[in-house]
Every structure is written in structure tokens, then in C-alpha cells.
Design a protein around this ligand. Structure first.
Ligand code: 2RA
Length: 336
């Protein structure tokens, strides 16, 4: 496979390199692309050095089979044609194409076959908060149709990029030294704080991040599922957590729900509260799966169920999901 990574210097771009190597993804040729600022930087992959090329409108993508793209929505929109015109499959981590009718939005554990119908050669990677939620929801949907979801997210700094992670770390150090914390990546100091504001507010009082969870979930699950989200930034480095409540068509027993989670691809069940066993971002960071715990029947609604999920935002929330899409295409022989 001839592989390109666009946005190679970013947090997700760097994770693509780690994930591709760790999963022994078959690569004959690798090309790294970035902005004029990151062009010239060198990265090592499988013992060989690669230099970032500046992304330009030329024929650099000729012969590329799959391009993993994580460089912001503007870059994805501007370069989609350049990337795909020679037949490369563009797996895009930005939100640019997610809701386009002719672009599949894919989580391999939930709707892999959607990736086979990509008239523009583009496959969209969902938002990180959506990915971890739908992996868990799929286990329940297999038992009984989910009518509605309420979810509160506890989103790590990594969602805003490597510089945001560095800012959070720096804030703790500055505060420890009695200095004024640097506040640039978020609306307020994040250290020792929670910020109920991710992305921008829309006319209905929800943020764009919260509306992504509504719109993307319906597209991925091909369902009329109703999702009401509250997305919160928390002082955690790289794993997102979510408190989820679902209402299903029929009442579900805890036993069948636990069994469904235990058998679900991509899920690790961590649910033994009596032994203080439940998922936490500190221990889930750098892992691949969606960790599920705190499972309980809703005491206010016989068809209600509550649970807690944690997953690494940079891996399953971005780079790993995109690589798993490419692995699926390879497995079914649907890529050059
Ligand atoms: C965030 N989900 O966490 C958004 C973008 N990665 O900031």
C-alpha cells in the first residue's frame, strides 16, 4: 500500500504513524505532508526517516492508495480534489464532509459497509465524542432499538490539539509556581476548572460539538435516534469520558446489557464498582478500546439505562478509527 499522511506533525498525524506501525499496516511507500511551517521536519517510521513535504495542488498523490488526513476542515476542503483525483481514498478526520450525503461517515464496529459507497473517494471519520459513544450504543441497539440518548462529555485537552495539551500542563506548572497561567487555547483557565463550551454556540443553545453528536449518530446508526449532549472540557490530557443515558424500546436486563458490552468488538467492560473497578481517563490513555462501566438500570424509567465510557481521543477518537476503516477496506478487497 502507498500511504500518505496529511497533517503529519499534528497530534493525530503523529498518532497515525504509531498506530500504522503497531498494527503492522502494510505500507510499501509512505509520504508525509504538512503546511509550509512543518515542511522539512523529519520523522522516523519503521527505522526509516521521512521528511514532511509541503501540501500543494500538484500530482504528489499520484500512486497513493490511501491518504489519512487530519489538518483541519479548511485544508480538507481545499485539497480533497488534489488528494483524490488520482484514485487515492481520502479518510478525513475533519468535520468538513461528515454530513455530506455522498460521503460515508464510518465507525468500523458500527457501520463498516458504508465505507464501500464513496462516490467522491472520501470517507469521513466521525467526531471523537461520537465515535466512542456509538461503539457503546451499537451493543445496546443490537438488543433493543434506542429511542433517545442524553450524554454529558468530559473532554480531554487533546481534542484541541497538541498545543492545548501543552497549555494545560503549563498552567498547572505556572499555578504551582504562583505565576499567572497562560490562557490561549481555551476560553478560560482549564487547570482546576471545567469549561462547558466546546466549539461554538449555535442558535438553539447547543454548541457545534453537541450538535455533531446529534447529527453524526443518526447518520452512522441509520436511525431516528435522538441525542441531547452537553460537552464539557476538563483538565485531562488525552482520554474523553462520557456519562450516557439511553432509553430503549423495551426494558433491558443488566445481565443482557453486560453480556452485550462484553461481546462487543472494540469494547472493554470495566464494571465492578464494589471493587472500585470502573474506567478512568488516566488509565485508558494510549489504549485502543472504548472502556465501559458504571452500568445500571435507570431508577426513574424502566426502559432507561445509564453507563460511563472512556476512550483515548487521539487513538480511537481519531487515528485508530481511520486506520481501522482502511483495514476494513483491505480485508474486503475494496481498495487498490
Ligand atoms: C474536541 N472533539 O475534543 C473536538 C475536536 N477533536 O475538541
Amino acid at each position: 500500500m502507498n500511504v500518505a499522511i496529511v497533517g503529519a506533525s499534528g497530534a493525530v498525524g503523529q498518532e497515525f504513524l504509531r498506530v500504522l506501525d503497531q498494527r503492522n499496516f502494510p505500507i510499501d511507500n509512505l509520504v508525509l505532508f504538512g503546511s509550509s511551517r512543518s515542511a522539512g521536519r523529519d520523522y522516523t517510521f519503521r527505522g526509516k526517516q521521512y521528511t514532511v513535504k509541503e501540501l500543494k495542488h500538484n500530482d504528489d498523490f499520484k500512486g497513493i492508495d490511501v491518504a489519512f488526513v487530519s489538518a483541519g476542515g479548511g485544508t480538507s476542503i481545499e485539497f480533497a480534489e488534489t488528494i483524490t483525483k488520482h484514485g487515492a481514498v481520502m479518510i478525513d478526520n475533519s468535520s468538513a464532509f461528515r454530513m455530506e450525503k455522498d460521503v460515508p461517515l464510518v465507525v468500523p464496529e458500527v457501520n463498516p459497509e458504508d465505507a464501500l459507497d464513496r462516490p467522491r473517494g472520501i470517507i469521513a471519520n466521525p467526531n471523537c465524542t461520537t465515535i466512542q459513544m456509538v461503539v457503546a450504543l451499537k451493543a445496546i441497539e443490537n438488543l433493543s432499538h434506542i429511542k433517545r440518548v442524553h450524554v454529558a462529555t468530559y473532554q480531554a485537552a487533546s481534542g484541541a490539539g497538541a498545543t492545548a495539551m501543552a497549555e494545560l500542563k503549563k498552567q498547572f506548572e505556572q499555578l504551582l509556581n504562583g505565576e499567572e497561567p497562560t490562557v490561549e487555547k481555551f476560553a478560560y483557565q482549564l487547570a482546576y476548572n471545567l469549561i462547558p463550551h466546546v466549539d461554538v454556540f449555535t442558535d438553539n443553545g447547543y454548541t457545534k460539538e453537541e450538535m455533531k453528536m446529534y447529527n453524526e449518530t443518526r447518520k452512522i446508526m441509520h436511525s431516528d435516534i435522538e441525542v441531547s449532549a452537553t460537552c464539557v472540557r476538563v483538565p485531562v490530557m488525552r482520554a474523553h469520558s462520557e456519562a450516557t443515558w439511553v432509553e430503549t424500546e423495551r426494558p433491558l436486563s443488566l445481565e443482557e446489557v453486560r453480556q452485550a458490552f462484553a461481546q462487543m468488538d472494540g469494547v472493554v467492560l470495566q464494571d465492578e464498582p464494589a471493587k472500585k473497578v470502573y474506567p478512568m481517563p488516566l488509565f485508558v490513555a494510549d489504549h485502543d478500546e472504548v472502556y465501559v462501566g458504571r452500568i445500571r438500570k435507570d431508577l426513574t424509567n424502566p426502559n432507561g439505562l445509564s453507563f460511563w465510557t472512556v476512550s483515548d481521543q487521539i487513538r480511537k477518537g481519531a487515528a485508530l478509527n481511520a486506520v481501522q476503516i482502511a483495514e476494513y477496506l483491505l480485508k474486503v478487497g475494496n481498495i487498490r
